[in-house]
Ligand binder design. Structure first.
Ligand SMILES: [Cu+2]
Length: 250
């Protein structure tokens, strides 16, 4: 398995990295084959022992490593919220989020786990949303089963068949707008033999924000479809909201 990069410039530090580059190729590429191994065709599924509620975190934190040596039932609950957040000094943006932050909550499970996934769309939302997890090999990565109107919840289940670090995102049309507004995050499926021990781990995922106004234009900004199609984001946020953003193109 190939993480990108684990233990790169800081010895004994793992960076769980992702990039929410807004590109149709990223949205179409599922599951992310570069980070997963071949499907375990015909391999017997491990027995499910016990049940637990997943710890989910916001960047730059990751949930604690999985110490189990068996598969279990894991209950994951994510809440979609549409929230106005500061993008830069004097600049705000209405983000659509998994868990109130961009990138979305980090999910950590183990190969072989049976996941009962709950998606809650907050009553204050204006839009329906769903989730497409690239760790899920079923239709749409769970998208069809998780479509939820504002104030409603959905539930679906899956087996984590392949270890790897995967992106997830909202797949409600227009997908580009939902992803561009902040609806993405990461799920780590630890291999059943576990990961190498490190001193610290971080969740890092770069965001691109396509505002109607130029970089630095004050006030509440909205999504610019033309700039998104052109893939020239006024804002690039390297880690998570709250970090200094920069512009590559303006
Ligand atoms: Cu959405």
């Amino acid at each position: 398995m190939n993480y990108t990069p684990v233990k790169s410039f800081l010895k004994h530090t793992a960076l769980l990295l992702g990039s929410a580059l807004f590109a149709s190729s990223l949205i179409a590429a599922e599951p992310d084959g570069a980070l997963s191994k071949a499907p375990t065709a015909n391999a017997p599924l491990p027995e499910i022992v016990g049940e637990e509620v997943a710890v989910i975190t916001q960047a730059p934190n990751v949930p604690p490593p999985v110490t189990r040596t068996h598969a279990t039932k894991v209950i994951v609950t994510l809440e979609v919220k549409e929230v106005v957040r500061r993008l830069a000094d004097g600049v705000e943006y209405l983000f659509w989020t998994f868990g109130g932050e961009v990138p979305g909550n980090f999910i950590r499970i183990r190969e072989g786990d049976f996941v009962e996934f709950h998606l809650n769309n907050h009553p204050s939302s204006k839009m329906p949303h769903n989730i497409d997890l690239h760790a899920v090999t079923g239709p749409g990565g769970g998208a069809a089963s998780s479509f939820s109107a504002p104030g409603h919840s959905s539930q679906f289940s899956f087996r984590a068949l392949n270890p790897g670090l995967y992106v997830y995102h909202c797949a409600t049309a227009p997908v580009g707008m939902h992803v561009g507004n902040g609806m993405y995050g990461m799920i780590l499926v630890e291999p059943k033999e576990g990961l190498a021990k490190v001193d610290k781990e971080y969740y890092v995922m770069q965001s691109e924000v396509y505002t109607t106004g130029k970089f630095g234009a004050e006030g509440l900004q909205t999504f610019d479809q033309d700039k998104a199609i052109d893939e020239r984001p006024p804002y690039i946020v390297p880690f998570a909201l709250g970090w200094r953003s920069r512009s590559r193109y303006e």
